[in-house]
Write a new protein. Structure first.
Lengths: 149, 126
């Protein structure tokens, strides 16, 4: 199973690393959409949005490729992929199959690394700020109690 | 400190619940849609993106108000706030103050709930 996880990690990381760099260096041309999709892309491009998106894609891709901080890479790429799927399902259905494929790979990797996301998914997560001291003293009380017992 | 965290949680949750509901069922006056920002918002609205984004706003807002799944709400709102900031910085700089305040609330709450996010930053190799 480990080889499948590593494979998915490398493939997804490479795709975002390459497409992210392509935004800056244009090694290859990507298909030009028409209509509203084209207008949306043109607006995003002319206002520099793709520089931000490209940077995040390269960063997320590198984290997946390196195998370090993979959950952080998945957290960065998750919302980007969600918008890519939203874009293709509403404006450019031609690329929807590919977008869904990458989304599935992301979901598989989140599942593979699910232990890293457990604490985020805790329904009763409590703030720790301003509580640390109390916790420590509580622990001390507890250990003192155990010693006396 | 606990009361400050609850107040910030409500102050971040309430606007997102209200704006989320407004994105799905508009009840507030619509700002004039002019220039590039107007074109962008018109395309997004025309293709149903507002309903999708509004649902995410409302879900995150409700979770923050209830105090349940707070880290999930913060994970949902993080990228949304990045795009809101990006939108206002590049297309509507006059209305930047409110998004910046909301982002400060978000960052403060991530800090307050930091242990929940530690797993994401664990540099372990599978």
């Amino acid at each position: 199973m480990r080889i499948v996880v590593t494979g998915a990690r490398i493939v997804l990381g490479l795709v975002f690393f390459v497409f992210g760099l392509n935004i800056f260096f244009s090694f290859f041309t990507t298909p030009v959409p028409a209509g509203d999709a084209a207008q949306l892309i043109a607006l995003m491009f002319s206002h520099g949005w793709f520089k931000v998106i490209g940077t995040l894609e390269v960063l997320g891709g590198l984290l997946l490729l390196s195998g370090r901080l993979v959950p952080l890479g998945l957290t960065i790429l998750g919302p980007i992929l969600l918008v890519i799927v939203l874009f293709h399902s509403t404006l450019a259905p031609g690329g929807l199959a590919a977008a869904l494929f990458w989304m599935l790979m992301e979901l598989y990797l989140i599942y593979a690394y699910k232990s890293s996301f457990e604490s985020v998914m805790d329904p009763n997560a409590k703030p720790s700020l301003g509580r640390a001291k109390k916790d420590e003293s509580a622990k001390e009380d507890e250990s003192a109690h155990q010693e006396s017992a | 400190m606990k009361i400050v965290i609850v107040i910030v949680r409500v102050l971040l949750g309430l606007p997102f619940l209200i704006f989320g509901a407004n994105a799905i069922h508009p009840f507030m006056p619509m700002p004039p849609m002019t220039g590039d920002s107007g074109t962008l918002l018109t395309i997004m609205m025309h293709h149903g993106w507002f309903v999708f984004i509004g649902a995410l706003y409302a879900i995150a807002g409700i979770l923050l108000l209830l105090g349940r799944y707070v880290p999930v709400a913060l994970v949902l709102l993080g990228p949304i706030l990045v795009v809101i900031l990006l939108f206002h910085v590049t297309l509507s700089p006059n209305e930047l103050a409110f998004p910046v305040v909301l982002t400060l609330f978000e960052v403060f709450l991530i800090y307050a709930y930091w242990p929940a996010f530690r797993g994401i930053f664990a540099a372990k190799v599978i």
